[in-house]
Design a protein around this ligand. Structure first.
Ligand code: HPA
Length: 262
Protein backbone atom coordinates (compact mmCIF):
# COMPACT_ATOMS: atom_id res chain seq x y z
CA UNK A 1 0.00 0.00 0.00
CA UNK A 2 1.19 3.49 -0.84
CA UNK A 3 2.05 5.54 2.27
CA UNK A 4 -0.30 8.46 2.72
CA UNK A 5 -0.60 11.77 4.53
CA UNK A 6 -3.69 12.82 6.48
CA UNK A 7 -5.35 16.10 7.27
CA UNK A 8 -7.74 16.18 10.21
CA UNK A 9 -9.91 19.26 9.90
CA UNK A 10 -11.22 20.75 13.13
CA UNK A 11 -13.80 23.50 13.57
CA UNK A 12 -14.03 25.58 10.39
CA UNK A 13 -12.16 23.05 8.21
CA UNK A 14 -14.82 20.68 6.86
CA UNK A 15 -14.13 20.46 3.19
CA UNK A 16 -11.66 18.24 1.34
CA UNK A 17 -11.83 20.72 -1.60
CA UNK A 18 -8.19 21.60 -1.07
CA UNK A 19 -7.36 18.19 -2.59
CA UNK A 20 -7.74 16.79 -6.13
CA UNK A 21 -9.75 13.71 -7.30
CA UNK A 22 -11.61 13.32 -4.02
CA UNK A 23 -13.58 10.13 -3.32
CA UNK A 24 -15.54 9.24 -0.18
CA UNK A 25 -14.86 6.07 1.76
CA UNK A 26 -16.08 4.35 4.89
CA UNK A 27 -13.51 2.43 6.92
CA UNK A 28 -14.41 -0.34 9.40
CA UNK A 29 -12.50 -0.33 12.68
CA UNK A 30 -12.87 -2.20 16.00
CA UNK A 31 -14.41 1.07 17.27
CA UNK A 32 -17.04 1.43 14.55
CA UNK A 33 -17.07 2.84 11.03
CA UNK A 34 -15.34 6.08 10.08
CA UNK A 35 -16.10 8.29 7.07
CA UNK A 36 -13.15 9.83 5.27
CA UNK A 37 -12.35 11.48 1.95
CA UNK A 38 -9.41 10.36 -0.12
CA UNK A 39 -7.72 12.71 -2.55
CA UNK A 40 -4.34 13.68 -3.93
CA UNK A 41 -2.06 16.65 -3.62
CA UNK A 42 0.73 16.84 -6.21
CA UNK A 43 0.57 13.08 -6.71
CA UNK A 44 0.66 12.21 -2.99
CA UNK A 45 -2.40 10.48 -1.53
CA UNK A 46 -3.98 12.46 1.29
CA UNK A 47 -6.79 11.31 3.56
CA UNK A 48 -9.10 14.07 4.76
CA UNK A 49 -11.08 13.57 7.94
CA UNK A 50 -13.58 16.00 9.42
CA UNK A 51 -13.19 15.69 13.18
CA UNK A 52 -16.68 16.94 14.09
CA UNK A 53 -18.36 15.31 11.10
CA UNK A 54 -19.20 17.08 7.86
CA UNK A 55 -21.91 19.31 9.31
CA UNK A 56 -20.20 19.82 12.70
CA UNK A 57 -22.60 17.41 14.42
CA UNK A 58 -20.26 15.60 16.84
CA UNK A 59 -19.34 17.39 20.10
CA UNK A 60 -15.71 17.15 21.33
CA UNK A 61 -16.39 14.59 24.07
CA UNK A 62 -18.25 12.26 21.68
CA UNK A 63 -15.71 12.15 18.84
CA UNK A 64 -14.62 8.61 17.96
CA UNK A 65 -10.93 9.39 18.47
CA UNK A 66 -9.84 5.75 18.55
CA UNK A 67 -11.84 4.86 15.43
CA UNK A 68 -10.46 7.90 13.61
CA UNK A 69 -6.80 7.17 14.32
CA UNK A 70 -7.28 3.43 13.72
CA UNK A 71 -8.84 4.21 10.32
CA UNK A 72 -5.89 6.41 9.34
CA UNK A 73 -3.43 3.68 10.32
CA UNK A 74 -5.47 1.10 8.42
CA UNK A 75 -5.38 3.29 5.28
CA UNK A 76 -1.58 3.45 5.34
CA UNK A 77 -1.26 6.97 6.72
CA UNK A 78 2.15 7.78 8.23
CA UNK A 79 1.88 11.52 8.98
CA UNK A 80 -1.10 13.45 10.32
CA UNK A 81 -1.51 17.21 10.14
CA UNK A 82 -4.42 18.56 12.16
CA UNK A 83 -6.12 21.86 12.84
CA UNK A 84 -7.73 23.18 16.00
CA UNK A 85 -9.64 26.29 16.97
CA UNK A 86 -8.38 27.58 20.32
CA UNK A 87 -8.92 30.29 22.89
CA UNK A 88 -5.80 32.19 23.95
CA UNK A 89 -4.43 32.69 27.46
CA UNK A 90 -1.24 34.30 26.19
CA UNK A 91 -1.44 37.96 25.20
CA UNK A 92 1.15 37.44 22.45
CA UNK A 93 -1.26 35.01 20.76
CA UNK A 94 -4.12 37.07 19.37
CA UNK A 95 -7.24 36.07 17.36
CA UNK A 96 -6.23 35.10 13.83
CA UNK A 97 -2.73 33.97 14.84
CA UNK A 98 -1.51 30.43 14.18
CA UNK A 99 0.35 28.33 16.74
CA UNK A 100 2.39 25.15 16.07
CA UNK A 101 1.62 23.24 19.26
CA UNK A 102 4.57 21.69 21.08
CA UNK A 103 3.13 20.60 24.45
CA UNK A 104 -0.22 19.70 25.97
CA UNK A 105 -1.83 19.49 29.40
CA UNK A 106 -4.71 17.02 29.70
CA UNK A 107 -7.79 18.21 31.59
CA UNK A 108 -10.22 15.85 29.89
CA UNK A 109 -12.33 13.68 32.20
CA UNK A 110 -14.30 10.93 30.54
CA UNK A 111 -12.84 9.93 27.19
CA UNK A 112 -11.31 6.65 26.06
CA UNK A 113 -7.69 7.76 25.94
CA UNK A 114 -5.61 4.79 24.82
CA UNK A 115 -5.43 1.78 22.50
CA UNK A 116 -3.76 -0.09 25.40
CA UNK A 117 -6.77 -0.73 27.58
CA UNK A 118 -5.18 -3.76 29.21
CA UNK A 119 -7.77 -6.29 27.96
CA UNK A 120 -4.96 -8.50 26.69
CA UNK A 121 -3.00 -8.22 29.93
CA UNK A 122 -0.46 -5.88 28.36
CA UNK A 123 0.22 -2.55 30.06
CA UNK A 124 2.03 0.01 27.92
CA UNK A 125 3.42 3.39 28.99
CA UNK A 126 4.38 5.56 26.00
CA UNK A 127 6.94 8.35 26.25
CA UNK A 128 5.49 11.86 25.70
CA UNK A 129 8.53 14.05 26.17
CA UNK A 130 7.91 15.43 22.65
CA UNK A 131 4.15 15.00 22.18
CA UNK A 132 4.06 16.55 18.68
CA UNK A 133 6.32 15.35 15.84
CA UNK A 134 9.40 17.59 15.90
CA UNK A 135 10.21 17.11 12.21
CA UNK A 136 6.67 18.02 11.15
CA UNK A 137 6.83 21.08 13.41
CA UNK A 138 9.98 22.20 11.58
CA UNK A 139 8.22 21.80 8.24
CA UNK A 140 5.27 23.89 9.53
CA UNK A 141 7.67 26.65 10.59
CA UNK A 142 9.48 26.59 7.22
CA UNK A 143 6.22 26.72 5.27
CA UNK A 144 4.91 29.61 7.38
CA UNK A 145 8.16 31.55 6.87
CA UNK A 146 8.06 30.98 3.10
CA UNK A 147 4.44 32.12 2.88
CA UNK A 148 5.05 34.99 5.27
CA UNK A 149 2.25 33.71 7.50
CA UNK A 150 2.55 34.69 11.16
CA UNK A 151 2.96 31.54 13.22
CA UNK A 152 4.02 31.08 16.84
CA UNK A 153 6.60 28.28 16.71
CA UNK A 154 5.47 26.73 19.99
CA UNK A 155 2.55 26.71 22.34
CA UNK A 156 1.18 24.64 25.19
CA UNK A 157 -2.40 23.42 24.55
CA UNK A 158 -4.64 22.68 27.48
CA UNK A 159 -7.45 20.30 26.58
CA UNK A 160 -10.70 20.60 28.49
CA UNK A 161 -13.57 18.10 28.43
CA UNK A 162 -16.06 20.65 27.06
CA UNK A 163 -18.48 21.05 25.48
CA UNK A 164 -18.91 24.14 27.65
CA UNK A 165 -16.36 26.94 27.51
CA UNK A 166 -14.27 27.63 30.62
CA UNK A 167 -14.87 29.82 33.66
CA UNK A 168 -12.51 32.77 34.19
CA UNK A 169 -11.31 31.00 37.36
CA UNK A 170 -10.34 27.95 35.31
CA UNK A 171 -8.56 30.11 32.75
CA UNK A 172 -6.61 31.83 35.56
CA UNK A 173 -5.61 28.44 36.93
CA UNK A 174 -4.64 27.14 33.48
CA UNK A 175 -2.47 30.20 32.89
CA UNK A 176 -0.63 29.57 36.14
CA UNK A 177 -0.06 26.00 34.96
CA UNK A 178 1.70 27.25 31.83
CA UNK A 179 -0.98 26.83 29.16
CA UNK A 180 -0.92 29.21 26.16
CA UNK A 181 -4.10 28.08 24.43
CA UNK A 182 -7.19 26.10 25.33
CA UNK A 183 -9.29 23.73 23.25
CA UNK A 184 -11.39 20.59 23.54
CA UNK A 185 -10.09 18.02 21.05
CA UNK A 186 -6.33 17.56 20.81
CA UNK A 187 -6.34 15.02 23.63
CA UNK A 188 -6.65 12.09 23.12
CA UNK A 189 -6.07 12.54 19.36
CA UNK A 190 -2.35 13.32 19.69
CA UNK A 191 -1.95 10.50 22.24
CA UNK A 192 -3.56 7.85 20.06
CA UNK A 193 -1.55 8.96 17.03
CA UNK A 194 1.71 8.38 18.92
CA UNK A 195 0.49 5.04 20.27
CA UNK A 196 -0.30 4.03 16.67
CA UNK A 197 3.19 5.11 15.55
CA UNK A 198 1.97 8.01 13.42
CA UNK A 199 3.71 11.38 13.15
CA UNK A 200 1.24 14.03 14.34
CA UNK A 201 1.39 17.83 14.38
CA UNK A 202 -1.28 20.46 14.96
CA UNK A 203 -1.71 24.02 13.73
CA UNK A 204 -3.97 25.87 16.16
CA UNK A 205 -5.85 28.98 15.09
CA UNK A 206 -6.59 31.46 17.87
CA UNK A 207 -10.27 32.36 17.49
CA UNK A 208 -10.83 34.27 20.73
CA UNK A 209 -9.27 35.41 23.96
CA UNK A 210 -10.15 32.91 26.69
CA UNK A 211 -12.94 33.45 29.23
CA UNK A 212 -12.33 36.36 31.58
CA UNK A 213 -9.61 37.75 29.28
CA UNK A 214 -12.13 38.32 26.50
CA UNK A 215 -14.22 41.42 27.16
CA UNK A 216 -17.35 39.56 25.94
CA UNK A 217 -18.89 36.10 26.43
CA UNK A 218 -17.44 33.42 24.14
CA UNK A 219 -19.68 32.00 21.42
CA UNK A 220 -19.28 29.27 18.85
CA UNK A 221 -20.42 31.83 16.25
CA UNK A 222 -17.40 34.00 17.06
CA UNK A 223 -15.14 30.93 16.80
CA UNK A 224 -16.65 30.08 13.40
CA UNK A 225 -16.34 33.67 12.14
CA UNK A 226 -12.65 33.93 12.98
CA UNK A 227 -12.01 30.49 11.45
CA UNK A 228 -13.82 31.70 8.31
CA UNK A 229 -11.68 34.83 8.14
CA UNK A 230 -8.49 32.82 8.70
CA UNK A 231 -9.37 30.01 6.32
CA UNK A 232 -7.56 31.30 3.25
CA UNK A 233 -4.26 31.75 5.10
CA UNK A 234 -4.73 28.49 7.00
CA UNK A 235 -5.58 26.56 3.83
CA UNK A 236 -2.46 27.79 2.03
CA UNK A 237 -0.31 26.97 5.05
CA UNK A 238 -1.78 23.45 5.31
CA UNK A 239 -1.30 22.79 1.59
CA UNK A 240 2.28 24.07 1.73
CA UNK A 241 3.05 21.82 4.71
CA UNK A 242 1.47 18.75 3.08
CA UNK A 243 3.39 19.52 -0.12
CA UNK A 244 6.67 19.41 1.81
CA UNK A 245 6.01 16.18 3.72
CA UNK A 246 7.32 12.85 2.46
CA UNK A 247 4.94 10.08 3.57
CA UNK A 248 7.76 7.55 3.10
CA UNK A 249 10.37 9.22 5.32
CA UNK A 250 10.95 7.53 8.66
CA UNK A 251 10.81 9.25 12.03
CA UNK A 252 11.20 8.33 15.70
CA UNK A 253 7.40 8.73 16.07
CA UNK A 254 6.97 5.42 14.22
CA UNK A 255 8.76 3.54 17.00
CA UNK A 256 7.79 5.45 20.15
CA UNK A 257 9.73 4.72 23.34
CA UNK A 258 7.57 2.44 25.46
CA UNK A 259 7.75 0.60 28.70
CA UNK A 260 5.81 -2.64 28.71
CA UNK A 261 4.65 -4.72 31.61
CA UNK A 262 3.10 -8.13 30.97
N1 HPA B 1 -12.09 27.37 24.94
C1 HPA B 1 -12.14 26.07 24.54
N2 HPA B 1 -12.14 25.70 23.28
C2 HPA B 1 -12.11 26.66 22.33
C3 HPA B 1 -12.07 28.03 22.67
C4 HPA B 1 -12.07 28.41 24.04
O1 HPA B 1 -12.02 29.59 24.42
N3 HPA B 1 -12.05 28.73 21.50
C5 HPA B 1 -12.07 27.80 20.51
N4 HPA B 1 -12.11 26.55 21.01
Amino acid sequence: MMAKLALIGGTGVYDPDLLDSVTEETVSTPYGTVDISLGTLRGVEVVFMSRHGRGHTIPPHRINYRGNIWALKELGVTKVLSTAAVGSLNEAMQPGHFVALDQFIDFTKGRPLTFYDGEDGVVVHTDFTEPYCTSMRKVIQEAAAELDVKLHPRGCYLCTEGPRFETPAEINAFRLLGADVVGMTNVPEVVLAREAGLCYAAVATVTNLAAGISPAPITHTEVDEVMGRSFKRLGSLLMAVLGKLDPESSCSCTTPAREQEV
